[in-house]
Every structure is written in C-alpha cells, then in structure tokens.
Ligand binder design. Sequence first.
Ligand code: NDP
Length: 324
Amino acid sequence: MTKAIRIHATGGPEVLAWEEVPVGDPGPGQVRIEQSAVGLNYIDVYQRTGLYPLVSMPQTLGMEAAGVVEAVGDGVQTLMPGDRVAYAMNLGAYSQKRLIDAAALVKLPAEIDNRTAAAMMLQGMTARYLLKESYRVRAGDAVLVMAAAGGVGSILSQWARHLGASVIGCVGSEEKAALARDNGCSYTINYREEDIAVRVREITDGEGVAVSYDSIGKSTLEASLDSLRPTGTLVSFGNASGAITGFNIGLLAQKGSLYIQRPTLATYIRTRQLLETSAMDLFDAVGSGQVKIRIGQSYPLSEVAQAHRDLEGRKTTGSTILTL
Ligand code: NDP
C-alpha cells in the first residue's frame, strides 16, 4: 500500500483526497519507484476541473515526479534498484510510490537533484520544444512570453534569452515583473494594467514580435495576434484563463498572414528517442547554468489542495514542487 492523492469526481481543490491505495509489484517492462518530489503543473488543474477529461475514476492525479527505483519487472535492462529517475506526462504522480513503464523514465545526472528534476522535467521540456520546434527562435528575434514569472515562463524566458532573443515578458504584478527581468526579459508588461499589443508595438518600433508564446488562452488571444509581426507565429500552448473556442481562421489573414499552433508536450516526447533528446538537451541547459530552475514554493503532497488554490489564484512564482 502507499499514500496518494486521488479524485473520485471532477471539481474544486476539495476533491483532492489523501488516501491509502495499493501499489503492487512491477509487471513486465515496469518498475516501482519511491518518489521524493512531485512536480505541480497547470495541467493538474485542468484534469481536476474536467477541462481535460480523464478516462476513469477514481484517479491519482499528477504528471511528473522524481525518485528512486525500488524494484524492476521482467525484461527491464536499463534500470536497477537505486537508480535516480524522473518522468513527465505520465498520469498518477501524486503518490509516495508508483508503478511506471521503464521506457517513460530518464536517469538523472549527478548534477540534477530530485527536487530540481521534479520542478523542471515537464516545464523544461515544454520550454525546449516551444523554442526549438514550435517556432525556431533565432538570435535577434523579438519574442513575447506570457506568465513570464511562472513555471514554464521562467524557463522559457531564460532559454530564449540564451538563444539570443529579445524577450518581452507579460506578468500580473510588479513583483513578478522583477522576477521576469531576472529571467532575462529585456522588457516587461503588466497585463493587468497595460495594453499588451500597444506596448509591444512601442517596444518593437511598430514591427511586432516574431512569436508569442501564449499560455493564458482566452483572455490574451487577441492581444497575442495583435502583437505579431507580419507572418508571425502564435503558439497557443495553454488555457489558464479559459479555453479558446470558435476561432475565426480568417483573422490570420486580416492580421498579417499569421501562423498559429496549439501544441502539447506529449507529441514532442512521443517516442523513446524524442524523450531522450529532449531530456538531454534540458539537462545540458540546466547543468551548464544557461537555465536556472527556480522553485518558488513547495508543499507537502498531502496539502496539494492549497497548492492548487495558489496556482489558480496566480499566487505562485517559478516552479512548484510537492514533497514526500
Ligand atoms: P504557471 O506557473 O505559469 O501559472 C499560471 C500563471 O498564469 C499564473 O501564475 C498567472 O501569472 C498566469 N495567469 C494569467 N491569467 C490567469 C488566470 N485567469 N488564471 C490563472 N493564472 C493566470 O503555470 P505552469 O508553468 O504550470 O503552466 C503555464 C501554462 O503552460 C499553463 O497554461 C499550462 O497549461 C501550459 N502548459 C502547456 C504545455 C503544453 O505542452 N501545451 C505543457 C506545460 C504547460 P501572472 O499573475 O503573471 O499573470
């Protein structure tokens, strides 16, 4: 048996229940891990509320964690008990122990501790594909980053700066603006007070940005489109303010022959090789100091409901981990 956070129905943070659940022994190709830190991600909120439907109930939430291999099943050649490992995009992370396919795990290098791994795997591999695959950032590009003091936003801003971009970060408070500047943003916009597109035109001498990385969704869609240069790209990768529905594709022509993508990390780590390439690139970026992982806050896993309230309430900064 192990302790885990499960939901029996979708709803508010109160549906998150700390329960005793069975774990069992690993089957063929699986391992059992004892987790030491779990990553909190906005997708956990979407799954809790039902915006992203879950296949079955009750369900242990959580998509990312780091820990130590405790037992391996038949046919597992690449891992053994005692190995430090981490994973992302694998439902069932809000647990002390869990079973997982060995193919979903990456071994952690010595310089990445378990807390850092739990804070960075999902958000860091996301930042990587956004910058290197969704739109390939080039030195000199002006780039717009929403929630630039948040989990993904902090990593994205630092990495974009390292790639030579001029980063404009949107944030919800003056404290977050200071963090965004620390993350390498040359300019910040407080989008609770300022008009994003107007400020972007001022900052870029009327040209607009090459790409807007927009995780806010509904409330910033129009501002993102209005901030792009001709043939610019909107990468709409999240919906913290609500999902975009009923989009009029003709707007892309009217606003300058624009591109739009709605990606998910799952696509970019869908094979073992893609996962390894992505994780190694992230380990290099963090190990070399190009990107620092900022753990803004941590909560005991048993108190994850408060972490959800704070994340939805825009009170968190950087990455958040849940400890065991
Ligand atoms: P964050 O740490 O960025 O937290 C969300 C932030 O969004 C808040 O702190 C807040 O910052 C901002 N925000 C603006 N409007 C709202 C609103 N109405 N309600 C809540 N927050 C709001 O979270 P994550 O780093 O975990 O995730 C960021 C986004 O990236 C999410 O939308 C998530 O779904 C998406 N994502 C997408 C992935 C993909 O592959 N498609 C993978 C990983 C994450 P502020 O106060 O500064 O506005």
